[in-house]
Ligand binder design. Sequence first.
Ligand SMILES: C[S@@+](CC[C@H](N)C(=O)[O-])C[C@H]1O[C@@H](n2cnc3c(N)ncnc32)[C@H](O)[C@@H]1O
Length: 439
Amino acid sequence: MLRPPGQGHGNGYHHHQPQQHQQNGGGGGPLIHKHRRGNRGRRSRFDYGDGSSSTRVSVSDGEDTRPPPPPCTDFDMAYFHSYAHLGIHEEMIKDRVRTETYRAAIMHHQQSIAGKVVLDVGCGTGILSIFCAQAGAKRVYAVDASDIAVQANEVVRANKLSETVIVLHGRIEDVEIDEEVDVIISEWMGYMLLYESMLGSIITARDRWLKPGGLILPSDATLYIAPITQPDRYSESIEFWRNVYGIDMSAMLPLAKQCAFEEPSVETISGENVLTWPHVVSSLVFSFSQVKHVDCYTITREELESVTTRFKFKSMMRAPFHGFAFWFDVEFTSPEIFSNNNQPSSVIESPNEHPTNGSQRKKRANPNEALVLSTAPEDPPTHWQQTLIYFYDPIEVEQDQQIEGAVTLSQSKENPRFMNIHLEYASGGRSFVKESVMR
Ligand SMILES: C[S@@+](CC[C@H](N)C(=O)[O-])C[C@H]1O[C@@H](n2cnc3c(N)ncnc32)[C@H](O)[C@@H]1O
């Protein structure tokens, strides 16, 4: 997920005074500076990049009885425009954890891909489509609404794959593909997993073209939340003002807290300065909670609009509690394995009364030896890093002190690609509310 540089500090919601963090603590991290997806510029129409694809693909001629696709808003246009920038694709491709895990997943599922029809939703430069062609796909529809599709077409041509990979320059919601597909592949994950709201487009593609029993890569995704301690960051941004070249600038503290912690912050945290790993004893260690498990085979667009879960943690040591971290992982599992899991719902909340620890999470993340792409703090870093929600003021917690509350993630009414984060939490007899917007 990308954010446009320099867009707002405020979240447009509650702004609580930093000093009053007892009730309705407010807060948030500094504006995210890594922009995977922005909202700049616009395109006036959608068209296909390569005439060679026209025998298999056509623009809807109006005879379709399906409900019309959701309108392509100015926000969407700006979003697609941001993906026309090379830098975004370079950053993603250079993220070797990401790209190599996708390639490994494609090779892992080669038997399901060789000789089959694949749909790459949001192909970007075409890299995943080409991996699928290399794995023996009979045909790959590579769809992207961004102008990067023009380059993807060139890359496909230069690699002599035009017979196999058909680049469609258009929104997945608008293109027509005249056959069902065996496999859908997409790299759709945003910061905090759901930011950017691209998953809805995968659902559209799944419901329109995936054959029964077809493969979706990745197959499922899980978002996690955990309390964190991050004294270095707090000190750098806040304590700094107490003594600036010998001058007491404490008067800056309220503003510093607001600027530093108002919005979510994308940072890389490690086991040393964060929590959750029972073996990391040099820092605050909490148990962590799973927020959502999304089964890509069954999730609906409606289920994505708002997700809520309750959490309960027990601090494993005395430490300043600075906020919460979110991260996710995705798995690449075939539908047969899924059906063996007897999972009743596409969105599974964690058992809040039984917070899990790191080792339990590992088991859950890989119950069938599925390939996992993890953005967890203890795993090799990715361009997603972790997303942190800081409090204006830390809470001093004792060992075994309970931290409980609830988090709601919902699509912003302002722009569905933005995400509202509503956090309620209580510890040591005090309760807090924090509203932030990931924009
Ligand atoms: C995160 S990038 C992934 C690019 C490429 N698949 C890769 O792995 O390097 C997502 C891409 O999906 C495209 N995209 C997002 N929503 C789309 C939609 N509804 N229709 C077509 N393309 C879409 C974006 O323009 C962007 O290029």
